[in-house]
Ligand binder design. Structure first.
Ligand SMILES: [Zn+2]
Length: 86
């Protein structure tokens, strides 16, 4: 049985994604006869229990600024004196 890459349309975000030959053989090996309905992004989002949150998946990277803000307990956190630019 030979497979070839196919382009599918995501049910959730309507983006196209590749259902590669390797994935198809993987699906077939697991006995899955249906095509995937969602792109990998929406699939992982649905797996996290947040359906429809695929668009927000780009905001998951929280910067280190949140943890460094309170990194000096007990110390006065005055803003540093900014010298005048002239
Ligand atoms: Zn999608």
């Amino acid at each position: 049985m030979s497979y070839f890459d196919r382009i599918l349309v995501c049910r959730d975000c309507s983006n196209t994604f590749t259902f590669s030959a390797g994935e198809q053989s993987f699906y077939a090996a697991r006995g899955l006869v249906n095509d995937p309905q969602r792109c990998p992004t929406c699939r992982s989002a649905a797996r996290r229990g947040t359906p429809g949150a695929a668009a927000a998946s780009t905001y998951v990277s929280y910067g280190p600024s949140a943890s460094s803000a309170g990194a000096n307990p007990g110390r006065c956190t005055r803003p540093p004196a900014v010298p005048a630019a002239r």
